[in-house]
Design a protein around this ligand. Structure first.
Ligand code: PLP
Length: 405
């Protein structure tokens, strides 16, 4: 009998079952001369201390350690470290979803009585939040076409945030970030940019004057359709405010999702290059197809956003997302979706396989028909997420699907 077993032999079975292999085992592992090559998944909601001064030390930052996993956890820290490296900035705060990240970034910068100016073409959830939820807390939002309207005219003394997407969902427009940042800053407002479609491989909005970058990491950063996460990235001052709210609102990701996203980020650049190459080929294919009325992709020289995109994007890459108006409106779009076999109808994006979404019926449901018409979101418009496959196989499938339209 080992001395440990002997020492505890008088204790009840439930005591031995609940105490052995716990805190002390974790401490022994931490003291080991070898360390795991990959940060393991720390599925622990809370951390224990030997004494009160150790806890005080962790709270005041003089000792390294963790307290409670809603505040931080080793997987959360490892994830934020990789994200910070990818974006090249002071800090990252990751969240359990893109919406949690975006709403927390807003709330860190506005109070009741403040005003947000946002692009009218946005992921529908953010549009819904700004239009229908933020006003309940005294936060007013106006939607302004950054390219065709004068942003300056819509800035008010209480405007605290200007918000746009690097590549807008679903019209793939690319706003001039430097111009938007200059206008925001002239009025004492911050520019927050959703860089979900571009990723840091293609564009780093902070380099163009943005103050805060947000992501739905559920998309390219995750890249395998198996996790839901979000991120806020910025300089130290903004990040410490966002971190405080993340802890108070309780939006940070669990250890498993944080671990999975860290793993996914290792291959981000390779994936985004392939997604972009495939999207470029799909856009060129659609542009020539008689059953496509209009293609939306900033990599096409015919795109009104091409010049701005070429100036803001790296490596001749324009991202993996594109949209196309299919002839026949809703009927044409529905028949095309139904005729596809391996290319699935998926109301998300950025997975390893090419997929189709239908913005008017999914991500942009919060828009009224009039709002969609005003923005140019049509009933025949499908949004494509180019996957990592050999794209000729996808094009052959689309050729067959178009025959049914
Ligand atoms: N931003 C963009 C551009 C999106 O497409 C989405 C979701 O589709 C979001 C934000 C919201 O992210 P999540 O679904 O991870 O909350």
């Amino acid at each position: 009998m080992s001395s440990d077993v002997e020492k505890n032999s008088k204790k009840g079975l439930m005591t031995r079952l609940t105490h052995s292999g716990g805190n002390e085992a974790a401490k022994r592992t931490a003291q080991s001369v070898s360390v795991p090559k990959v940060v393991p998944i720390y599925m622990s909601s809370v951390f224990s201390f030997d004494d009160v001064p150790s806890l005080d030390g962790v709270y005041d930052g003089t000792q390294k350690g963790y307290v409670y996993s809603r505040m931080a956890n080793p997987n959360y820290d490892a994830l934020n470290e990789v994200l910070t490296q990818a974006e090249g900035c002071d800090g990252a705060v990751s969240f359990g979803s893109g919406m949690a990240a975006i709403v927390t970034a807003f709330l860190a910068n506005v109070s009741a009585g403040d005003h947000i100016v946002a692009s009218p073409v946005l992921y529908g959830g953010v549009y819904d939040y700004l239009k229908n939820e933020a006003p309940r807390f005294g936060i007013e939002a106006d939607f302004v076409d950054f390219e065709n309207d004068d942003l300056e005219r819509h800035m008010k003394p209480n405007t605290k945030v200007v918000y746009t997407e690097t590549i807008t969902n679903p019209l793939m427009e690319v706003p001039d970030l430097r111009k938007a940042a200059e206008t925001a800053h002239r009025h004492g407002a911050k520019l927050i940019v959703d860089n979900t479609f571009a990723t840091p491989v293609i564009c780093r909005p902070l380099e163009f004057g943005a103050d805060i970058v947000v992501y739905s990491a559920t998309k390219y950063l995750g890249g395998h359709s198996d996790l839901t996460c979000g991120v806020v990235l910025s300089g130290a001052e903004n990040i410490s405010r966002v971190q405080k709210l993340a802890t108070l609102y309780g939006g940070i990701p669990g250890p498993f999702d944080a671990w999975l996203l860290t793993r996914s980020l290792r291959t981000l650049e390779l994936r985004v290059r392939q997604h972009s190459d495939n999207a470029q080929k799909l856009a060129e294919y659609f542009e020539k197809h008689p059953k496509v009325e209009k293609v939306y992709y900033p990599g096409l020289p015919s795109s009104p956003s091409h010049a701005v995109a070429a100036g803001q994007f790296d490596g001749g890459l324009f991202g993996g997302m594109l949209s196309a108006d299919i002839v026949g409106g809703e009927g044409g779009a529905s028949r095309f979706i139904a005729a596809c076999e391996s290319v699935k109808f998926v109301p998300s994006l950025a997975g390893v396989t090419t997929s189709i979404s239908y913005p008017a019926k999914t991500s942009h449901r919060a828009y009224t028909r009039e709002e969609m018409d005003r923005c140019g979101i049509s009933m025949g418009q499908l949004r494509f997420s180019a996957g990592l496959e050999r794209i000729e196989d996808v094009i052959a499938e689309f050729d067959r699907a178009f025959a049914s339209v």
